[in-house]
Design a protein around this ligand. Structure first.
Ligand SMILES: Cc1ncc(COP(=O)(O)O)c(C=O)c1O
Length: 400
């Protein structure tokens, strides 16, 4: 028995998609010209499908700090955070993040994925309950699978549905609500105030994953909880450096007095190598810069609103009624048309993400477009023009 046979249907599905000149699974960024432009297949392309929301990948201070750390500390730590893998830079980064969130403690993980694995699996013990949104990111689901708690799912962003489920749980049991600030596929915001208030009414501790809301939501860019004035209801935040921060890594913050014990029990924190000093140095500089980046935040929101309004006016079917984040998701009716649309858009010189189940909720097929604070107004208008041209070329019906 060939153990790879079980994936034959996946291969068949991939092979059935009508790609002719480009394949979304084989895109290579041949040259990165700037935060918003690259060369793909020899073609100058506008990037409209990255998570580089705040355009921090070329932040001068972050780049300089990384180079200096590389010279001074080498290319990697070659060890776990709990052995030889904690350098002064890791501690400085944790202090920077704790201060940014106005909380007492921070743990830096090697990715955001591992931060969710590490937090949820450690917090959710045998007799506990972890309550999650049905559209949660894979890292939240995987954190649940790794832990021993009972998982309770509620309908996406549905406060009433969540309350109905909470009512049925034993009053004295340990409970953790895990939600995201912004959902990465549809770009919709969670009704965080209502969710957190109900969770607290039923004695839940709360964890908010601000992966796609850190940087531009809230006056200081801390995320949706800051934007909605509900930070006092959050026990733990999880975040990532792979989006607005512009590098790689993850973190969890909290003011819980016992938080530090997680360093001794969280397996995804312990059993992996720590981040290289250069990454840690650039993440620190980038977060410091994000704090001061009010103008960038404002421009990012202008870009998001302009793109949403332009695509809506053209008659595209959008996932949200307004721009709730820099992620603007465009519904496409079926995988065949979606595939042709994605490919033609790339030939027009715009890269967006083709998103399909199981990454998308409810089996929908999406063109996930995301904007960057460094996109110019002209680039946003150009993306809209090329979307229109693509729709015409592939025969996508629009409803202006
Ligand atoms: C909501 C959410 N949490 C966590 C992660 C994981 O982040 P990382 O890329 O740092 O592993 C992602 C990544 O897409 C995400 O969307």
């Amino acid at each position: 028995m060939d153990l790879l046979d079980k994936f034959d249907s996946t291969v068949a599905l991939r092979d059935s998609l009508p790609f002719e000149k480009a394949d979304p699974f084989k895109v290579v960024m041949e040259e990165i010209i700037s935060e918003t432009e690259a060369v793909i297949d020899g073609r100058h392309t506008i990037l409209a499908g990255t998570n580089n929301y705040m355009g921090m990948t070329f932040n001068e201070e972050a780049v300089a700090a990384a180079k200096e750390a590389l010279d001074n500390f080498g290319t990697g730590t070659t060890g776990s955070r709990v052995l030889n893998g904690t350098y002064g830079g890791h501690k400085a980064l944790e202090a920077t993040i704790a201060e940014f969130y106005g909380m007492e403690h921070c743990m830096v993980f090697s990715t955001g994925y591992q931060a969710n694995l590490g937090m949820i699996s450690a917090l959710g013990g045998k007799d506990d309950f972890v309550i999650i949104d049905a559209d949660s990111h894979a890292s939240i689901y995987d954190g649940c699978s790794m832990g021993n708690a009972t998982i309770v799912r509620f309908r996406h962003n549905d406060v009433e549905n969540m309350e109905r489920r909470l009512k049925r749980l034993p009053e004295d049991a340990g409970k953790l609500l895990v939600v995201e600030g912004i959902y990465s596929m549809l770009g919709d915001a969670a009704p965080l105030k209502e969710l957190l208030e109900v969770a607290k009414k039923y004695g839940c501790m709360t964890l908010v994953d601000e992966a796609h809301s850190m940087g531009f939501c809230g006056e200081n860019g801390r995320g949706i909880a800051e934007q909605l004035g509900v930070e006092h209801l959050v026990d733990f935040y999880v975040g990532t450096f792979s989006k607005s921060v512009g590098t790689v890594g993850g973190f969890a913050v909290s003011s819980h007095p016992k938080f530090d014990v997680l360093r001794l029990v969280s397996r995804p924190y312990i059993f992996t190598a720590s981040l290289p000093p250069s990454v840690v140095a650039s993440a620190t500089k980038s977060i410091e810069a994000i704090k001061r980046s009010g103008n960038r935040r404002a421009h990012l929101w202008e870009n998001a609103r302009r793109l949403h309004a332009g695509l809506k006016k053209a008659g595209f079917h959008l996932a949200t009624p307004d721009a709730q984040s820099p992620i603007i998701a465009v519904h496409l009716p079926d995988p065949m048309l979606g595939t042709r649309f994605w490919e033609q858009l790339l030939l027009e010189g715009v890269y967006a993400n083709m998103a399909a189940p199981p990454a998308t909720p409810s089996g929908v097929f999406l063109m996930r477009v995301s904007v960057c604070a460094q996109h110019t107004t002209e680039q946003i208008d150009e993306i809209i023009t090329r979307f229109n041209r693509t729709a015409e070329k592939v025969g996508l019906a629009l409803n202006p």
